[in-house]
Design a protein around this ligand. Structure first.
Ligand SMILES: Nc1ncnc2c1ncn2[C@@H]1O[C@H](COP(=O)(O)OP(=O)(O)OP(=O)(O)O)[C@@H](O)[C@H]1O
Ligand code: SF4
Ligand SMILES: [Mg+2]
Length: 386
């Protein structure tokens, strides 16, 4: 047995490790083995000026007659390719889940188009989609606790998905495929007979992932797939998702609040604010200047443990404005620290155009090319001395 030992310098700090004095705490972390990334392929998904407005009663509580409009998505345009991981980031309420729901067919678009392999599915609800279209776009939900049927065994739930996607000629083939899917998500085959309540959160999310990939999906939308899980299993579940995505060349749309995970796993990043795409680019482009002023503020809020890293501290004043009553002009103008640098009241009057910087990097802002060129990095890795 290892005894508890006092850590010098703090009389209330003890540790049960006999080697804690020998460990080099400054040594760089070793990265786990990363699977080779497949080449990014052709365009699988194209969103073209997608709009989603919800009508709500102006005074829902008291049954008021007038209706108000929630502008959850304003004119989203982007493409996603085969084998690509596109991360979607932005504050709560900016419309991330809304576009995922429209893509899945759980809601239909108010305006605009969604092309899946060239075919427009934006206005087609899930019940009217072909089996192949339904199988092609799958989702891993935030909370594995309420997406599994509590009265069905794990094996049965996966077989049910295979039946819906018409995979396998008979029950025997489907059972075999179900066992292979358990292997794929690294769950023991014995789990097929377990009920969801006999699984931990991380294990349930693995079942959710097995179901999403059961029908050879072209696109998997993962909406905050690990945020409901314990920190200790978040990395394992994220890595699993990435590994399967790479193997199957799936297009992964990864919705997340966590910019450190996003930086680690995504090829491209889309930043959303109040229903708008405000920045879109390769991960390296989005994480280094020039930034959209909103991205700059998001990056300054990423916690970094390394003391050699210097970070600008940019405080975002106030909350996101309501999607029912968005400000005129630029959606970010009520919180932007750069607004005063734009001549006149342009930011308050006009929605900025999407400006293309180098190599497809896009930013929706009125700042000039020179102002963008002079932007300083938010995060800087200092030298050992500095
Ligand atoms: N069915 C609905 N009816 C009316 N308004 C809705 C509906 N669903 C979402 N909204 C509104 O649309 C906006 C965008 O919501 P959405 O769920 O897409 O945000 P989100 O970016 O996923 O946020 P979070 O990070 O908190 O999950 C919000 O203002 C929300 O209140
Ligand atoms: S357009 Fe104006 S308010 Fe909007 S992000 Fe750019 S500088 Fe800020
Ligand atoms: Mg959401």
């Amino acid at each position: 047995p290892i005894p508890m030992e006092s850590v010098p310098g703090n009389d209330r700090h003890e540790t049960r490790c006999i080697r804690f004095q020998e460990i080099d705490w400054q040594a760089p972390l070793e990265l786990a083995e990363v699977k080779e990334k497949g080449d990014v392929g052709e365009v699988v998904l194209k969103m073209d000026k997608l709009k989603k407005y919800y009508q709500v009663a102006a005074n829902a509580m008291f049954g008021g007659g007038n209706t108000k409009v929630v502008k959850a998505n304003e004119s989203l345009s982007f493409e996603a390719h085969e084998s690509e991981t596109l991360a979607i980031v932005g504050e709560s309420g900016c419309g991330k889940s809304t576009f995922a729901k429209v893509l899945m067919g759980l809601e239909t678009a108010t305006e605009g188009h969604i092309y899946l392999d060239g075919k427009d599915i934006g206005g087609v609800a899930i019940d009217d989609r072909t089996t192949k279209n339904v199988a092609d776009v799958q989702m891993v939900f935030q909370n594995p606790f309420d997406t599994l049927n509590p009265s069905m065994t794990v094996g049965r739930q996966i077989i049910r998905a295979l039946e819906i996607f018409r995979i396998g000629k008979n029950e025997k083939e489907r059972k075999q495929r179900m066992l292979e899917l358990l292997d794929l998500v690294k769950l023991p085959r014995e789990f097929a007979t377990r009920m969801p309540r006999q699984l931990s959160g991380g294990q349930k999310q693995r079942v959710g992932i097995a179901r999403a990939f059961a029908g050879d999906a072209r696109i998997v939308v993962a909406d905050e797939p690990v945020s409901a899980l314990d920190v200790s299993v978040q990395a394992a579940v994220t890595d699993l998702l990435m590994e399967i995505q790479r193997e199957q060349k799936t297009t992964l749309l990864f919705i997340s609040h966590d910019l450190s995970i996003v930086r680690y796993l995504s090829d491209r990043v889309m930043v959303m604010y109040l229903g708008h795409v405000v920045e879109l680019g390769d991960t390296d482009q989005v994480f280094s200047p020039p930034y959209h002023p909103y991205t700059e503020a998001l990056l300054s809020a990423v916690p970094i443990a390394d003391t050699k890293v210097k970070k600008k501290h940019i405080v975002l004043e106030g909350d996101v404005p309501s999607a029912m009553n968005p400000p005129p002009g630029c959606p970010f103008q009520t919180r932007c620290r750069w607004k005063s640098q734009v001549p006149g009241d342009l930011c308050e009057r006009e929605v900025p155009p999407m400006v293309t910087m180098a190599d497809g990097h896009q930013i929706k802002c009125h700042l000039s090319a020179q102002q963008f060129a002079e932007m300083e990095p938010v995060i800087e890795v200092g030298t050992a001395a500095g």
